[in-house]
Structures are given as C-alpha cells and as structure tokens.
Design a binder for this molecule. Structure first.
Ligand code: SAM
Ligand code: SF4
Ligand code: SF4
Length: 607
C-alpha cells in the first residue's frame, strides 16, 4: 500500500418435507441468482454482478466477507421465548466474558431497543445492520420483533434489517417481513432428514401442540423449506445456518446444502457446535464435542464444491451473542449499558453516518484498485497450489495488528494471485473457566496449535518469544503492514514457489531453490548485506514491472537502499522493496527505514 490506511472510525460473523416442485425451485433460484450461482460473490471480495443483490450485500458484514472488514452490526435482544428446543441451546446460561449465540445480558423492550440502536448508530457510525437473533426465536415473539423492526425502519432509514429464525413459523410471517423491507433472513436448518433431526430436537411446539421424536423434526423441516422457498420468491436474501455436530449431522450437511441452494438460499453458513458441560445443554452434558477447525473447513469446502460452484459459503461468522455490538469479532456491548439509552431522547446522526460511509467506500475503492492492479482474486478457478496463512488485523482491510494483541486470526488460502478468506479462528474462542484466564503461556501454546496447519502468520509486529515458538512449530512469522490481500498473495506465491522448487522432481533426491537462486532468476544482485528472502508479489507482473518483488536482506556489514523498505525481520533485517506498481498507486516511502538499525545503505540492483 502506498499510503497509510485512511483513519476510519475506531474498529476497536431423504427430505422430510415435500420439497417444492423443481419448477418452483428453479424459479426461486433464478429469481435470486440462487445460492450465488450467478457468482455474485457474497462471501468473496469480487463485486456482485446483479445490481439488486449487489446493493443488498454491499455493506452487510455477514453477507460480504470484504464488507466485514469495514462495517459493523448489532443485535437487539428483544425475543426471549422459543417454540422448539435444540439440544445445543440453553439461554439461561450467561457469562459476561462469553460470546456465544443465544447469550444476552439484558432483555429489551422494542422502545428500549430503538433507543439503543440510535445511540449505537451514532457512536459506531459504520454500524450498517440491525439483526434480531434471540436470545430465543424472533418469530416465536412476533409482536416484539415486528414492533422493533417497525420503529427502527421509521427512525433509522439507512440501517439494514435482519432476523434469524428456526423457521417453524416463517411461512406465516413472510409477507409481513417483505412489507417491512427486511432484506435478509437467516433460517437455521440442521437437517432435512427427521432421523437426523430427532437427535437434535427433543420437541417442537406447533399450533398449540407439542410434538416429539421424528414427527417433530418432520414438521420443522417442512416449515423451514416452505419458508425458504417463499423468501426466495419475494427476492429476500436468505442465509441458511447449519450447526455442524460431529457424528450427528456432519455426513448429512452436504445434502442439506444442495437442497437449500435448490430452494434459492443465497448463502450457507456452517457453524461449529459450541458445547461445554457448564452451558447446561443436552449436548454439553452428554460430552458431545464440536468440530475442529479443520473438520469445519473440510465440510464447508465439500458444501462449496469445486471452485465454489455448488454453494456460496459464509466463512467468517463469529457466532455472535444475542446482544452483540460492533465489528464482527469484537463486542462493544459493555459500552452501551441500559443507563446510557433507557428513557433518553437520542438524536439520530444520519448526516454523520453518511459521511463516514462515504469515507469507507473511498477506502474500499482504493483497496479494490490495488487488488485489481495486482490481479489478486478469491473467485474463479483456484491455483493448483495454495497454503493457509493466518492474519492479525484490526480491520480496514490491512494487516495492522500485533501478534500478541490478536484475539482472533483470519485464515486465508494463499497462492499466486490468490487470497481467499476461509475461516476465522479465535485465540480463546469461548470462556473455558477460571483456570485458563490470564494464562499467557498456555494461550500461546493454544494459538500455535490452532494455527498448526498454517504456513505463515502475518502481523504488524511480533515479540521474539512468540517469533521463535512459531518458527519452531514450522510456521513462518512475517511482519508486514500492508493490504491484507496483497500481503497474503505475496506470501502464498513465495511459499508455494519455494515448496514446489524444493520438491523432488526426478526421484533422485531433493531439489532445492535457495533465495539466492530466486534472486539470480530475477537478475537481482545483492551488493551488500546477506540475502534472506525474496517475496514475489506477482510473478506475472515481472515482465511489465521490474519492481514487483520484495527483497529481505540482513544488513550485516551492509546497507539498505532501494525504493522503500520496511518489512524488517527480527534482528534488524531489512528489505529493499521495489514497489511503485504499474498503477502508480503504491509508493512505500512512508515506510522507508522503519527496520533499519544501522543507518547504512543496502544495495539491491536489477540488471
Ligand atoms: C441463538 S439462535 C437465535 C435464532 C433462532 N432461534 C435460531 O435458532 O435460528 C442464533 C444461531 O445460533 C445457533 N446456536 C445456538 N446455540 C448454539 C450452539 N451451542 N452452538 C452453535 N450454534 C448455536 C442457532 O442454531 C442459530 O443458528
Ligand atoms: S452470528 Fe454470524 S451471521 Fe449473525 S451477525 Fe454474527 S457474524 Fe453475522
Ligand atoms: S431455535 Fe434458537 S433459540 Fe430456540 S432452542 Fe434452538 S437455538 Fe435456541
């Protein structure tokens, strides 16, 4: 990146039902560009092609992974009751430090909810979406839910409205939802087969009667699929949540994914089961485990299909609390206690919000230009060779966080011209009891274990202890302050190229390509200092742009010159960074010398 990122506001997630006929299904699918078949790229950073859909997802942090770098959401907990029971849900358990679906600290009236929305929207101006997601089921509490939505639509015209439901009564409410311009509805669909369902749902209360066993799941599934098709007919974007429960519905969810896509679901969000005995749920008490990050990713990949052709998957859900406030991955709920809004007349700062959103859009456009210039994408055919890299970021699309300050890492598939967000992983996902609190060493160990399938970690800074520990674990720590996609694709291109070069080719033993070999291939001459590494930012651009690389050099007796620097390694390493790409949008002078320890010059020349 050439310039410092723009200062944005502080950034301190055998069918039971008679499935509707094929023609109804295709009509709904066609109406929506169903399941992102049109490659509208809700999960990706590529722009949507259908303008109506593009407008709906543009600043929705859950429907666009790219938008979630910039925009925030909030939930208001106005819906306490539920009409079904899931074996993973216990809304009575609340831990202030815990972020988990269904958890809330304060239940709000619709009027209090409006006051809170106005306050949050004025303080966190990048908040673009209001969702109702519990703590129970919004549509089991229709009066409170719809009153809240009406009030917010009346007073906060620029806020998008969302709700999240188990779907049991959805068909009864779709018209009201459409009338209120609720553009985004999430349905939790964990099964389409009642045999699977009876292991998840002990009972369902429907039309005044309580059903159990397979019958309960059959009713639930029929209503969910009917509601989904009705949403699609009305061009309301439907996201389907599925909780991945190993040994219960894991082998079933690809079929669920294909079915909901056929009915016009726009996005599928497979989320890990959160389960611990202290939550007091049936699953928690029975010792039912959640999936590992790798199991989750494997299933999401299976649902997505080759090159994402089968279903558009959400990969960045944070499984927010019912009263979550802020950017995905952060919770600023503590700042907005009832005393701050209850009974207060709060002005809605529409003009201020619009100014901030305009600034965000300017920054996003700049990032898009850089991605396009470097031909970095996350849609279409994936390169044959990719690695996973973890990123520490505070938002705004930049690798800008200290390793030790990261509460979560964003996991990217990285390769030549490829940077695709595939997961987010919490350092300490859920409160695991007092014994874990504040235990720094154990947190580092856990973090390293959590990132064990990653080839590298990108962060703005890292201390020597964690640096060594990561290296010992075979994970390369990379200090960088850069647009995320640029840094990810550069690391991916370099690491995959190095691995390919090192792989045996003729069965006669190891081939090897040292940084010196790479430098020689690029006609780079390091005239002083010791060459540590070469990053290829975009090998395709090398012919057009002789400076599309970054060279890491340890000064030693040597020196540092070259067009900008700044990717200092540990121990005073520095780098000459030929930037100034074809677009002219990058100059790295602002970062020059940040890593220089000896004031001497480094000389890297290209003949
Ligand atoms: C709290 S619910 C509220 C909305 C609605 N009642 C529903 O279930 O869709 C929001 C989401 O959290 C999920 N959820 C609740 N408890 C969970 C758990 N223990 N593990 C994973 N997901 C959970 C639900 O399945 C649902 O997708
Ligand atoms: S729970 Fe997931 S989908 Fe819902 S607001 Fe949070 S990130 Fe978005
Ligand atoms: S439907 Fe939602 S609120 Fe109701 S029990 Fe299940 S997860 Fe909890």
């Amino acid at each position: 990146m050439t310039s410092e990122p723009v200062a944005l506001p502080v950034l301190s997630t055998a069918p039971a039902a008679p499935v509707p006929s094929q023609s109804a299904t295709s009509a709904a699918t066609a109406a929506l560009g169903g399941g992102c078949a049109s490659k509208t790229s809700c999960g990706s950073s590529a722009p949507a092609t259908d303008p109506e859909i593009a407008e709906k997802i543009a600043n929705h942090p859950c429907y666009s992974a790219e938008a979630h770098q910039f925009y925030a959401r909030m939930h208001v907990a106005v819906a306490p009751g539920c009409n079904i029971q899931c074996n993973y849900c216990n809304r009575k358990y609340d831990c202030a430090n815990e972020s988990r679906p269904g958890v809330t600290s304060d239940l709000l009236t619709p009027e209090d909810a409006l006051a809170k929305v106005k306050l949050v929207a004025s303080e966190i101006k990048q908040m673009s979406v209001l969702g109702i997601a519990g703590p129970g089921d919004p549509l089991a509490n229709p009066k409170r839910t719809f009153r809240t939505l009406e009030l917010v639509a009346r007073d906060c015209p620029d806020i998008k409205l969302c709700l999240s439901t188990n779907g049991l009564t959805l068909p009864d409410h779709v018209d009201r939802i459409a009338d209120l311009n609720v553009d985004h509805v999430t349905i939790t669909i964990n099964m389409i087969d009642p045999e699977v369902g009876e292991r998840i749902y002990p009972w369902v209360a429907y039309k005044g009667k309580k059903y159990t066993g397979r019958e309960a799941s059959k009713i639930l599934s029929e209503r969910q699929l009917e509601g989904l098709a009705m949403l699609a007919e009305r061009k309301i974007l439907a996201k389907v949540n599925s909780v991945l429960i190993p040994g219960v519905n894991d082998e079933h969810l690809v079929e669920v994914s294909q079915t909901v896509r056929g009915l016009g679901a726009f996005l599928h969000n497979v989320m890990p089961l959160v389960s611990a005995p202290e939550h007091g749920t049936v699953f928690g008490l029975a010792g039912q485990r959640g999936p590992t990050a790798q199991e989750l990713k494997a299933l999401q990949d299976s649902c997505a299909g080759v090159d994402g052709a089968d279903m558009n998957m959400m990969r960045h859900c944070r499984q927010c609390r019912a009263d979550a406030v802020g950017m995905l991955g952060e919770d600023r709920g503590d700042e907005f206690t009832p005393e701050t809004y209850q009974g207060r007349e709060i002005a809605y700062d529409l003009a201020g919000r619009q100014a901030v959103h305009a600034e965000i859009e300017r920054s996003r456009a700049e990032n898009r230009t850089e991605r396009e210039t470097l031909r970095i994408t996350d849609s279409g055919p994936k390169p044959d060779d990719t690695v996973l890299v973890a990123v520490a970021t505070k938002g705004s699309g930049v690798v800008n966080q200290h390793f030790g300050h990261a509460s979560e890492f964003w996991i990217y598939e990285a390769g030549r011209n490829w940077a695709s967000l595939v997961q987010t992983r919490d350092v300490q996902r859920y409160c695991e009891g007092p014994s874990e609190c504040g235990d720094g060493a154990s947190v580092l160990d856990k973090t390293i274990a959590m990132l064990s399938d990653c080839a590298a970690v990108l962060c703005s800074k890292i201390g020597p202890g964690p640096y060594d520990a990561l290296e010992d674990a075979g994970i390369e720590p990379i200090e960088v302050y850069e647009l995320i996609e640029t840094a990810v694709a550069a690391a991916g291109a370099r690491i995959t190229a190095a691995r390919a070069a090192a792989a045996p080719t003729d069965g006669s033993g190891d081939a090897g390509t040292s940084p010196t070999d790479v430098a020689a291939e690029l006609d780079l001459e390091v005239r002083s200092g010791e060459l540590v590494d070469v990053d290829l930012l975009d090998p395709d651009l090398m012919d057009e742009d002789p400076f599309a690389f970054a060279v890491h050099v340890r000064p030693g007796a040597g020196s540092c010159s070259g067009a900008g620097a700044g990717k200092g390694g540990r121990g005073g390493g520095c780098s000459g960074h030929g930037a100034d790409h074809a677009s002219g949008s990058r100059t790295d002078s602002s970062r020059t010398d940040s890593a220089h320890t000896d004031g001497a010059d480094l000389e890297v020349a290209r003949s």
